[in-house]
Write a protein that binds this ligand. Sequence first.
Ligand SMILES: Nc1ncnc2c1ncn2[C@@H]1O[C@H](COP(=O)(O)OP(=O)(O)O)[C@@H](O)[C@H]1O
Ligand SMILES: [Mg+2]
Length: 255
Amino acid sequence: MLKVENVSQEFQLRDHLGRKRVKLALKGVSLALATGEILGIAGESGSGKTTLAKVILRLLEPSSGTVYFQGRDVYRLSRRELFKFRRQAQIVQQNPDAALDPLMTVEQVIAEPLLIHRLVDKADLKQRVVELLKSVNLNEEVMAGYSHQLSSGQRQRVAIARALALMPQLVIYDEPVAFLDAHLRLRLLKLLLDLRRRLNLSYIFISHDLAVLRLVSDRIAVMRNGVILETAPTEKFFAEPVHVHSRQLISNAPS
Ligand SMILES: Nc1ncnc2c1ncn2[C@@H]1O[C@H](COP(=O)(O)OP(=O)(O)O)[C@@H](O)[C@H]1O
Ligand SMILES: [Mg+2]
């Protein structure tokens, strides 16, 4: 359903003396994702994970290379196709507050994308919001309040409900559980796996935490310095990592 071909991304920077410098954040990255699959992306901070997510979602145009979503070049979509792509491919970020307008009630936050994409009639709107909240194990009592009144685990689930409201096919999670304590983290991961199965979603799951990726991923790709070092089915990756850097990551991970 998704194919990334030879994507490179350079950023122009200036050093402290004002001289121009080029930072290569992605260097010839390729990957593929099947429908219903969860691809985990591991890598230290600064390895290019978030940049890759942005390029896939057309939030950042790559310096070179191509992204295909359901066979179509994401960078050559018509306006109408792009509007549809904006519905079909969603991101959930580390900090849920990025997706939550503090001036909107929880109900408005989840209703907004439904209205923009005309996915429900006004009459059914409230019921649909309640359903979406239920799907992420939130009670409808939170609807009238504001997101800042919720715990961070609840806020992240509101952000997920908002993303799922659009009935996407692809969701990219960028360090979605990094802020949560271990108990909440496990619950949220189980919820995401359950949603994937029920809705036949495809996920790209970004984390620097290998224990998290081991739990959720069908396959794991390891990034370092803008390059994918290796990609392997999860069990195989942990049993016989090919790259020396992967072996280091595995041996450094708390088990
Ligand atoms: N907008 C930008 N301008 C300049 N450099 C950037 C920009 N975004 C990311 N980078 C650099 O690209 C590299 C990869 O960043 P990022 O994709 O955020 O890594 P990760 O998500 O794996 O921590 C880093 O060195 C970062 O400083
Ligand atoms: Mg990042």
